[in-house]
Design a binder for this molecule. Structure first.
Ligand code: ZN
Length: 263
């Protein structure tokens, strides 16, 4: 296949994925624009990174819709209109920028691809953990204080099922990376999974937390799922889930680039 035909095919795949994501309500209008921008950057920079990003997006979107009503009932569902541009950029922007850096430093291509794959493995682990963990029959416990139980959907809460989800989500990206490059899949898997653990700890320690006065439970938002207004307890109001994702991705990428695990 000539490179021109390859780009045309890549553009067609991106346009199709964007149209499908909009139609199914996986992304809002801004989210579609952000996802297309990331897709175009990856199309120019790295086919492997683009394929990994599509694997992340497709599998995470499918899990978001899986038993959506049950998650909605407990207030742990992704919002109805779809993910926003900020959410898309905070989970896809770092891997896209890292992959694009290989255009400037082609001799570092394998190393940068390893770092981008690790960041995508974390993003997938995080979404799978949230989407499967919120369906868990057992009540989540705060990762930094396991004695404290929190409702499903509260950041920093973990369940065994959510952790299995995180490991599986990271493993999927690691295996796809290995299939396309023969690179260090175990390191990608471990970095992705470790990222999800860091994410949960940051979410538990620094993300804004409220208490519902009626139900007496921790909550991430100013209004509880029961309809009551919640009271501020602790944490930074600007440290939303997207910010936690961005900070964790930068940590995963730094760990991937600074260690000698890369190919
Ligand atoms: Zn309540």
């Amino acid at each position: 296949m000539s490179s021109l035909a390859g780009y045309a095919a890549g553009l067609a795949v991106l346009a199709l994925a964007a149209a499908l994501a909009r139609k199914r309500g996986a992304l809002d209008a801004g989210g579609v624009a952000a996802a297309l921008a990331i897709g175009l950057v990856l199309l120019a920079a790295s086919w492997v990174a683009l394929a990994l990003m599509i694997a992340f997006f497709a599998s995470s979107t499918a899990l978001t819709f899986y038993r959506y009503r049950e998650k909605e009932r407990v207030g742990a569902a992704e919002k109805k209109g779809g993910r926003s541009a900020a959410q898309v950029l905070c989970s896809g922007g770092v891997p896209a920028a890292v992959a694009a850096a290989s255009l400037l430093a082609p001799e570092q291509g394998a190393r940068l691809l390893f770092a981008a794959a690790s960041a995508i493995a974390y993003a997938n682990a995080d979404t799978w953990a949230a989407e499967l963990g919120s369906l868990s029959g057992t009540q989540p416990r705060l990762i930094v204080k396991p004695r404290v139980r929190v409702p499903p959907g509260v950041s920093g809460g973990v369940t065994p099922l959510g952790e299995v989800g995180a490991a599986s989500g990271s493993a999927l990206i690691a295996l796809a990376y290995y299939a396309m490059t023969g690179g260090n899949a175990l390191a990608v898997f471990l970095l992705g999974w470790a990222g999800e653990v860091v994410d949960a700890a940051l979410g538990a320690l620094f993300q804004v937390k409220y208490v519902c006065p009626k139900c007496g439970v921790l909550w991430d938002h100013p209004v509880h799922v029961c309809g009551s207004e919640t009271a501020y307890l602790r944490g930074f109001k600007w440290m939303k889930n997207e910010v936690v994702n961005l900070v964790t991705e930068l940590a995963v990428v730094s760990a991937a680039l600074l260690t000698s695990l890369h190919p």
